[in-house]
Design a protein around this ligand. Structure first.
Ligand code: 4AD
Ligand code: MG
Length: 432
């Protein structure tokens, strides 16, 4: 019977066949231990010379790393000895394809080498674990928003508008017109919220940022919820509940993967709503108290500033009410605090930086028009449709964007976002 490694617990005492690859192996004169992987998991296979005979034992000993195999054997429960608690007593091995000189050996390799071999590196235990956690966060996202009555809406990738400013756009030709790769679906999600109430998207976004940091990708995936009739405070509540749900889902469903990655689970267990809230002006004071002389009121925060503020809290922290001058045009001005906008950056603990950016949106036609003019956005051309959403039954509404890769990095404890997406697009890297 064919089976997968993830299901071996159901087959204790039975003989099964798995399609797999050889991840690693060690052997003596009498016994060979094969580390097998089939995509669904990793398992140890044992080949005992005395039981299987000379020929099969010789085959097992000669297997090369990453050769593909049909392996048949009997599943034994081994108590707690291996991660899965099971191993296979191998009775036959059929080589599907022999791999010669697989470049990623069990010894250590440099980052550039691993990145050049990303198509192969993905097969490693660590990378497998990170991808499983990434998948869990995607699953938990759909679960959360479906439970909360949101409808999934897919904004376009090829667009004529630039919500986050024009400096970081990938431009392309759209027949005779100019188009851009989406840097955020937000403006379309706002229109969709007026049709469907509460909506969310999950898709790729692009930023031609010349940043080479552990938090920046050129192509990354964003979750963008947008809610009609939600104000700033309600927006923060959705964010903290959603992020808590992501962390708790990963803990519940990916414990083995997080442990393999060496993540401290007790830290993650404390991540529960509500999250602390700090106003931008308070954050500036905190930084000055901590001796940051390089920051002035009106400045955006760099990574060291975000980390310093995050370190004051065990949970992610909202930095709210930023100066209007340094935020995008669509954010609603705080009626109680002119010059500031009703927005938030959610900063993850442990130096992982901003994982969410959100705001209440300006719903007033005249104010939005004035903001657009200030930002030189063409209200008669590419942004006409967006302005019209404020013309016909405009309502208070809010939304946010969560960057998937930064969230995966934080939850898995992986140092750099390049390991949190299957094929990262980085500054100077379009390969593989
Ligand atoms: O703060 P940002 O730019 O917000 C927006 O795009 C809003 N329009 C979202 C919305 O309100 N619908 O980006 C949102 C998040 C950031 O907090 C960060 O997690 C992630 O997207 N992000 C990046 N992740 C990886 N690499 C980059 N270059 C990123 N830029 C932003
Ligand atoms: Mg932001």
């Amino acid at each position: 019977m064919k089976a997968m490694i993830r299901d071996v617990a159901k087959h204790v005492g039975e003989e099964i066949t798995i399609g797999c690859w050889l991840a690693n192996k060690r052997s003596s004169g009498k016994i060979a231990f094969l580390q097998l992987r089939d995509g669904s998991g990793f398992m140890q296979g044992v080949v005992v010379k005395e039981t299987v005979g000379e020929d099969l034992f010789k085959t097992a000993k000669g297997l090369t790393q990453e050769s593909s195999l049909w392996v048949t054997g009997v599943i034994k429960s081994d108590g707690e000895r291996t991660a899965l608690g099971h191993e296979m007593e191998i009775t036959s091995i059929e080589i599907i394809h022999e791999a010669i000189d697989y470049p990623i050996t069990p010894k250590a390799h440099g980052t550039d080498f691993l990145m050049d071999n990303r198509h192969l590196w993905l097969r490693s235990k660590r990378q497998h674990a990170v991808m499983v956690v990434r998948n869990e966060l995607i699953r938990a996202t759909y679960e959360f928003f479906n439970q909360e009555g949101f409808i999934k809406v897919d904004p376009p990738i090829l667009t004529g508008s630039a919500p986050e400013g024009t400096t970081e756009l990938f431009q392309t030709k759209y027949f005779d017109e100019d188009a851009y790769l989406s840097q955020s679906g937000q403006l379309y999600m706002e229109a969709a919220a007026m049709a469907l109430g509460k909506v969310f998207s999950f898709g790729p976004t692009f930023r031609a940022e010349k940043s080479k940091t552990r938090r920046h990708l050129i192509e990354f995936w964003m979750m963008e919820p947008e809610m009609a009739f939600y104000d700033h405070e309600m927006n923060l509540e959705v964010q903290e509940n959603y992020v808590s749900h992501l962390v708790q889902s990963a803990l519940k469903n990916c414990k083995a993967e997080l442990e393999l990655l060496g993540r401290d689970l007790t830290v993650l267990e404390t991540i529960q709503a509500p999250f602390p809230r700090v106003r931008y002006t308070e954050a500036i004071d905190m930084l000055k108290e901590q001796g940051f002389d390089d920051i002035e009121f009106g400045d955006d925060f760099g990574a060291p500033h975000e980390t310093a503020i995050a370190n004051s809290f065990a949970r992610p922290v909202f930095i709210t009410h930023w100066p209007k001058a340094i935020k995008p045009f669509y954010m609603k001005e705080d009626p109680e605090n002119p010059g500031f906008v009703l927005c938030d950056d959610l900063i993850a603990p442990e130096g992982y930086g901003e994982i969410v950016g959100g705001s209440q949106r300006e719903e007033d036609y005249d104010k939005l028009l004035a903001d657009m003019k200030e930002h030189n956005l063409d209200e008669t051309g590419a942004y006409k449709w967006y302005l019209e959403t404020r013309k016909y039954g405009s309502v208070p509404h809010s939304g946010f964007g969560l960057g998937l890769e930064r969230t995966v990095a934080w939850i898995t404890g992986v140092e750099h976002v390049r390991e949190t997406i299957p094929f990262p697009r980085l500054l100077n890297r379009l390969y593989p």
